[in-house]
Design a protein around this ligand. Structure first.
Ligand code: NDP
Length: 245
């Protein structure tokens, strides 16, 4: 799977899964632009990519439509167009429903779901111009199954699945594919506070008996972005060690 000269935008590439996705594309020759808000962490992503010339950071809050547009513009400038968009930026603000604050609800929906919409809308024309437009949205198995204490997060991630299918239907005539990847429990900052006991309990619920790595997710994203995946669209693909079947 070659990505020589392919222009890729990854949101939330300063850490975790997004950083792994940046690395996976950069190591295959893509021109990668990534967003986030932490400049220091961004520098570490560029260094880890091993291909600093091809990787560019743009500070952007995806929950802000102007910021999302600026990120797309930066990717077009850096890559000479835009072929692949990976909407990965996401947050959690967990709490039981009855105690969930308005702001915890709206911020999670704003970043995870509206952010995905703002970036996709800003990129749509460019993706349709590309010979091989690809949209990949990172959702979660929690969007498929629900999870106590994550009503906001589950709603945002289920929303991403519906959004992806609608966009897949709208853009299919222009040969753009749109898919979602639904990670299970992946070892990143987002899951770092679980503690060993919870991690062990989780492993018992995972048929492959381990938590996932960022590379497990990144490689599926890369496949969906490849020319070889041109006949896959509108799908939500779990990468979860078999947890949800
Ligand atoms: P991390 O918390 O490690 O990283 C989140 C990334 O999103 C950071 O780069 C952060 O950048 C960026 N980000 C957060 N808010 C914004 C914002 N408003 N605008 C732009 N960027 C933002 O998360 P993970 O790597 O674990 O998760 C990545 C995605 O995968 C998320 O969508 C998450 O929901 C999903 N996922 C993760 C799972 C897991 O087990 N880890 C399981 C299922 C899904 P910065 O801090 O620089 O702003």
């Amino acid at each position: 799977m070659s990505f020589d000269g392919v222009s890729v935008l990854v949101t939330g590439g300063t850490r975790g899964i997004g950083r792994g996705v940046v690395q996976a594309f950069a190591s295959r020759g893509a021109k990668v632009t990534f967003t986030g808000r932490n400049e220091e962490a961004a520098a570490a992503t560029i260094e880890a990519s091993g291909n600093a010339d091809n990787v560019r950071f743009v500070a952007a809050d995806v929950a802000n439509p102007e910021s999302a547009q600026a990120a797309v513009d930066a990717a077009v400038e850096h890559g000479g167009g835009l072929d692949v968009v990976v909407n990965n930026a996401g947050i959690t603000r967990d709490g039981l429903l009855m105690r969930m604050k308005d702001d915890d609800w709206s911020r999670v929906l704003d970043v995870n779901l509206s952010g995905t919409f703002f970036v996709t809308r800003a990129a749509a024309r460019r993706l349709m111009k590309s010979r091989r437009g690809r949209l990949i949205n990172i959702t979660s198995v929690v969007g498929l199954t629900g999870n106590a204490g994550q009503a906001n997060y589950a709603a945002s991630k289920a929303g991403i699945a519906g959004f992806t299918k609608a966009v897949a239907k709208e853009m299919a005539a222009r040969k753009v594919t749109a898919n979602a990847v639904a990670p299970g429990f992946i070892q990143t900052d987002m899951t770092a506070d679980l503690g060993d006991k919870v991690a062990d309990e989780l492993k018992n619920r995972i048929p492959l008996q381990r938590l996932g790595s960022v590379e497990d997710v990144a490689e599926v994203v890369v496949f969906l972005a490849s020319e070889e995946a041109g006949y896959v669209t509108g799908q939500v693909i779990p990468v979860d060690g078999g947890m949800v079947m």
